[in-house]
Design a protein around this ligand. Structure first.
Ligand SMILES: Cc1cc2nc3c(=O)[nH]c(=O)nc-3n(C[C@H](O)[C@H](O)[C@H](O)COP(=O)(O)OP(=O)(O)OC[C@H]3O[C@@H](n4cnc5c(N)ncnc54)[C@H](O)[C@@H]3O)c2cc1C
Length: 509
């Protein structure tokens, strides 16, 4: 009797907070599997979302599995075949999107207003009920279900379901309530973007730009069409020392002064405002499941902080959440323990990548060491220019296509170390050839620069300590991930080929 009474009082099997790629993909998969789904968003669709709009091959595969790649609008979107890197206005390398078996060898640039609408419509067509203009404000789980407090067009209400999926983005209410706090600054990236029209000829190439005075930020140009592009910049929030220039000013300055960006922009003009949005990065110490609750996409911090890519992780995690809920329904058990396989899956598939990216981000947020990190970038690029296999792996990792554990493979590490030695030897020889006086002067300059770094870090010991702890924590996390992977039964000493390691996509049906 009691069970029947509770079931009748339910508004759906699953409530999903947020109808971006994570929430709408989860809704589509769940509805396909016969779940009664309520998909809530506080905005009205079609809605814009601040983004670079680059949709990588893994995300394209997810879209394909949902049947979205067959839409006429989708087929008209701009295909990207290659990516180029620039440093201080000079071209470093251009490389084609690496080919990984089972995945498209290209990306696309798709305006989020369209992309998110297509996924939402796919969920609706599968049977999900979509409630727009409805903000999720809180939730509470109990033995019989989860109650979700919402504020919609009809005013405040409480909805009931068996489980709640938090897909409400990087400032997620569901994540904040589950974790008990907001995202700390060190896990935040801020990014801005604008659209520009009137470019000479955008081609099918995405550009990433680095420079001494913007590092650890980077900026991009992603062509949205033959003469238009999405141009933007992303920056770790807690740099040491803090970056005093406002990101918007910095972006406008780069648009008008960076030689490489200028060359591609020609006389292009801004269309609409320069708009920003925060991203939150993955922290394995924080839970992504609870009693009757799972976090997906940006709400779970599933962003690759190296390239800012999050659409593929949003769609993947939406599918993984749906698969876990399918198993939970079969057991009629929606407890934390029953949902834990989802968290384990996120860890298994992404933790290593996120840990490596996190360590790199922790390292580079110390701007005192920018010359060292940019030299490291030059070394990697120098090797990539002469070694296509190496370029496929390192470029694939940057594109979020090849799992990051591939760059920790012995072969890649050996090649990078060798290239570093060659570069150092070349540099040393060039200095030696310039005579003893030059070498003494160089030694003094290097010593002065090192002392300057030490002094400025000593001037802000708290920030320096925070940075050191952040690096140590990320290194331990990565080390733990490597050890865990090696200790797993059947772990391979030599990483398999990229194709076998690529995030495999499976429909839940
Ligand atoms: C400037 C910038 C550039 C980026 N560039 C790229 C890129 O080129 N490629 C890439 O792959 N990724 C990029 N990203 C990251 C990407 O935008 C996100 O990873 C992606 O949108 C995550 O999808 P999601 O569904 O998890 O969250 P979102 O897309 O943020 O969707 C969350 C949804 O939840 C809704 N919502 C929020 N709070 C509530 C609430 N309380 N109640 C109800 N609804 C709520 C929102 O209205 C929104 O519709 C970029 C991000 C930024 C900021």
């Amino acid at each position: 009797m009691l069970t029947l009474k509770i079931a009748a009082a339910r508004d759906g099997d699953v409530i999903i907070a947020g109808a971006g790629p994570a929430g709408a993909a989860a809704a589509a998969h769940l509805a396909d599997a016969g779940f009664s789904v309520l998909l809530l968003d506080h905005q009205q669709f079609p809605r814009d979302k601040v983004c670079g709009d680059f949709v990588g091959p893994a995300a394209l595969l997810e879209l394909d599995n949902l049947g979205i790649s067959g839409l006429p609008g989708y087929r008209q979107t701009n295909i990207i075949h290659e990516a180029a890197l620039y440093l201080n206005g000079r071209h470093l390398i251009t490389h084609t999107i690496p080919r990984v078996a089972g995945m498209p060898a290209h990306g696309r640039v798709i305006a989020r207003k369209e992309l998110d609408q297509w996924i939402l419509e796919r969920a609706r067509a599968a049977g999900a009920r979509v409630l727009e203009n409805t903000r999720v404000q809180g939730f509470a789980s109990d033995a019989g279900g989860v109650s979700v407090a919402v504020n919609g067009p009809a005013g405040p209400a409480t909805l009931r379901a068996q489980a709640l999926v938090g897909a409400d983005g990087s400032s997620s209410v569901v994540a904040r309530l589950l974790r008990g706090h907001t995202v700390p600054d060190r896990n935040r990236i801020i990014a801005m973007r604008a659209y520009m029209d009137g470019l000479p000829d955008t081609g099918n190439r995405c550009d990433l730009y680095f420079s001494d005075d913007t590092f650890p930020g980077y900026y991009w140009l992603f062509p949205t069409g033959p003469t238009s592009a999405n141009v933007g910049i992303g920056m770790v929030r807690a740099t040491l020392p803090r970056n005093e220039e406002h990101l918007r000013q910095l972006m406008l300055r780069l648009i008008s002064s960076d030689p490489a960006l200028r060359a591609r922009l020609g006389d292009a003009q801004l269309r609409g405002p320069v708009t920003g949005w925060p991203l939150s990065t993955y922290d394995p110490a924080l839970p992504c499941v609870g009693e009757r609750v799972l976090l997906t996409g940006d709400a779970a911090g599933l962003i690759n902080p190296l390239n800012g890519e999050g659409i593929q992780y949003a769609m993947l995690s939406g599918r993984w959440a749906a698969e876990t809920l399918l198993a939970a329904r079969a057991r009629n058990d929606w407890s934390h323990a029953s949902l834990l396989p989802y968290a384990q899956r996120v860890e298994r598939e992404l933790r290593f990548d996120m840990a490596l990216a996190r360590l790199i981000v922790q390292l580079i947020r110390n701007r005192h060491l920018t010359p060292v990190w940019l030299d490291a970038l030059r070394i990697i690029v120098a090797r990539a220019r002469s070694d296509p296999a190496y370029a496929d792996v390192t470029g694939g990792v940057l594109a979020g296509l090849v799992p990051a554990r591939r760059v920790m493979g012995a072969d890649i590490l050996r090649k990078t170390a060798l290239q570093a030695l060659l570069s150092l030897a070349g540099m040393g020889a060039r200095h030696l050839l310039r005579g003893r006086a030059h070498c003494v002067r160089l030694g003094l300059q290097t010593g002065t620069a090192a002392a300057g770094v030490a002094l400025s870090m000593a001037a802000n010991p708290r920030a320096a300590l925070d940075w050191g702890l952040g690096v140590a924590g990320s290194a331990l996390e990565l080390g733990g991930g490597v050890a865990g992977a090696l200790l797993q039964p059947g772990a391979q000493a030599t990483p398999p080929a990229p194709a076998a390691l690529a995030y495999r996509s499976r429909s839940i049906m």
